[in-house]
Design a protein around this ligand. Structure first.
Ligand code: FAD
Ligand code: SF4
Length: 543
């Protein structure tokens, strides 16, 4: 397993082998089968099984606690994943993928809902928290304990369990290689992405459930390991009440898909429902409200993309969906990361119709697309409305300028790579031809002209050492109550400039070790290499 005592991360070896932790027993109880009242006792109840919840559940269970996980979504096995985006979106995504922010630009904000949470549908990109971001948290939020050195054992543990390795060039797909060629010609820095995968065959449908078990989502890694240590997952079980008596959490009450009620008696509750749902659950229960920050400070990393038509065979249906990144402009808050797509997804998301749509889809094999993500200083909010939620987010001037610049750069890159026609996702602009960026430069882009998505909501129950600054303290404990903790994206106090799952998993793992009063796991193998994107501490990260 190890080369020179280190965990291999490059080449074929760490990418080969089976992609899942084999559970001795699938310890799932389906809420759809619970119509009456059901009562269970646990040492800890973990709400949510995504990037935050699953690691806490596994570590606590292995540490000897009786753990119950509550998950609103269902449990899917790899055999359920059909590789058909339209079918899988309605099964794995919250609101069939239609969650959208309101504000000066509508932004589609996909969220996962299943055992594994959003990790079931994410692209697997795995970056540690950039050290300059941790330094900023120390200065701005008093989180001085979160240094790269202190977090290193937790990063290593997460990366080992998730098998974070670099995408080998042969799996990266021609889409990424086209972009790499453009970046190389322009002298821009980039690299193949590190991701949590084992046994990946490059089928390019990571966002709709990996059909080979290659992608190591937490429903394949942490959750089965938690079952092996005795934990149980209730699916179709939505936590609604956290009952506090004598200043301490005493039980969680959930409604079940079968119309019943599940009560978990426990005196530790770890809330990990994700950045959008965690603040709503806390507020409904009157928890974490004192600082006035609950539900606020929402950062999202808004993103858009550019498509291009080339003469060569790109075939985006083959290769890892997101396998290359360019960090040359990370100092300006702009990160380029690829996201290819199979034909039916591209057909659904192309902003064209009629004959033009048909012509372009007939040339699908010559199409390429790449994404750009902006590290945002703007902040939004989330609140409950009519039993659901309302996400408010306005794109600020700084983000708009970053999108303008990023779109120009990405179009320039595609022309350098040999594209004849490029399509920036800007309403009313149309296509650019023959290397001419003039129409884009002259176009007056308003926020609502951009086609925007966001995949990284963070910050709505942010951590801070100072009570007036944060909902949870530096150890992720909700202020003003004993025994309630937050272990998901909502505790992450700012946008990161990179994808957040490893940050969330490492913070969650650290929380579990603290709850167990265990020392950090200093014996974790050092990875042979890790991604080290050039994310400095620009003003765009200081929000
Ligand atoms: C399409 C897509 C691609 C992405 N790609 C990447 C990537 O490549 N790399 C990366 O680092 N990040 C990526 N992300 C983001 C990353 O997946 C998330 O940041 C991360 O999973 C968030 O972890 P979490 O624990 O906060 O929430 P989630 O992983 O979303 O888990 C929350 C879970 O809690 C459940 N839940 C919510 N409320 C309740 C309740 N009341 N009771 C019971 N259960 C509840 C939900 O159903 C859900 O399953 C991507 C996200 C998406 C949507
Ligand atoms: S590219 Fe295909 S095989 Fe590889 S992780 Fe994604 S969905 Fe799984």
């Amino acid at each position: 397993m190890s080369r020179n005592g280190r965990r291999p991360t490059v080449g074929a070896e760490p990418n080969a082998g089976a992609g899942y932790a084999m559970p001795r027993e699938v310890r799932v109880e389906r809420g759809s089968a619970i119509a009456g009242e059901r009562r269970v006792r646990a040492d800890a109840c973990v709400i949510g099984t995504g990037a935050g919840g699953a690691p806490v559940a596994k570590e606590l269970a292995e540490g000897g606690m009786k753990v119950v996980m509550l998950e609103d979504g269902e449990y899917f096995t790899t055999d359920d994943f059909t590789a058909r985006p339209r079918e899988m979106t309605s099964r794995l995504y919250h609101s069939a993928g239609q969650v959208t922010t309101i504000g000066n630009a509508p932004i589609v904000l996909p969220l996962g809902r299943a055992v594994g949470g959003s990790t079931v549908i994410n692209s697997g990109t795995s970056f540690r928290t950039p050290p300059p971001v941790l330094a900023m948290w120390g200065e701005r939020f008093g989180l001085e304990q979160l240094t790269p050195e202190a977090l290193d054992p937790f990063f290593r543990r997460v990366e080992r369990i998730q098998n974070v390795v670099q995408v080998p060039e042969e799996l990266a797909g021609q889409n990424a290689l086209v972009v790499k060629r453009g970046a190389d010609r322009l002298g821009w820095h980039g690299d193949f992405i590190y991701r949590n995968a084992r046994g990946c065959v490059g089928s390019g449908v990571c966002n709709w459930g990996c059909p080979t078990s290659g992608k190591q989502h937490t429903g394949l890694t942490y959750v089965p390991l938690a079952w092996n240590a005795g934990a149980t997952t209730f699916t179709g079980a939505r936590a609604r009440r956290i009952v506090v008596e004598g200043g301490r959490a005493r039980r969680v009450e959930a409604s079940t898909r079968g119309g019943g009620r599940l009560v978990v008696d426990c005196d530790r509750v770890i809330v990990a429902g994700g950045t959008i749902q965690t603040p709503l659950l806390l507020r409904r229960n009157g928890l974490g409200t004192a600082s006035g920050h609950l539900g606020r400070n929402l950062s999202i990393h808004p993103a858009t993309g550019v498509r291009a038509l080339l003469d060569e065979d790109v075939n985006m249906a083959s290769g890892v969906i997101q396998s290359y990144y360019i960090d040359e402009f990370a100092g300006e808050g702009i990160m380029f990361e690829g996201a290819a797509g199979p034909p039916d997804y591209i057909a659904m998301s192309f902003p064209f119709s009629g004959e033009q749509h048909r012509e372009l889809m007939l040339r699908y094999r010559n199409l390429s697309q790449f994404g750009l993500m902006v590290s945002d200083a703007s902040r939004g909010s989330v609140r409950e409305r009519a039993g659901g939620f309302l996400i408010r987010y306005d794109l600020g001037r700084r983000e708009l300028a970053a999108f303008r610049r990023g779109l120009e750069l990405l179009c320039e890159l595609y022309f350098a790579a040999g594209a004849k026609v490029v399509f920036p996702a800007v309403e009313g602009l149309g296509e650019l031809r023959d290397g001419d960026l003039g129409p884009l430069r002259r176009h007056d882009i308003r926020p609502r002209d951009l086609t925007l998505l966001a995949f990284h909501p963070l910050g709505t129950a942010r951590a801070a050492a100072h009570p007036e600054q944060g909902v949870v303290d530096e150890n992720l404990a909700v202020r003003g109550v004993e025994g309630v903790y937050v272990a998901d994206g909502s505790a992450v106090p700012s946008s990161l400039g990179v994808n957040p799952q490893i940050t969330i998993m490492a913070l969650a793992t650290r929380l579990a070790f603290q709850l167990l009063a265990a020392p950090p796991p200093l014996d974790e193998p050092e990875p042979e290499s890790i991604a080290e994107p050039r994310v400095p501490r620009p003003h765009a990260l200081a929000g």
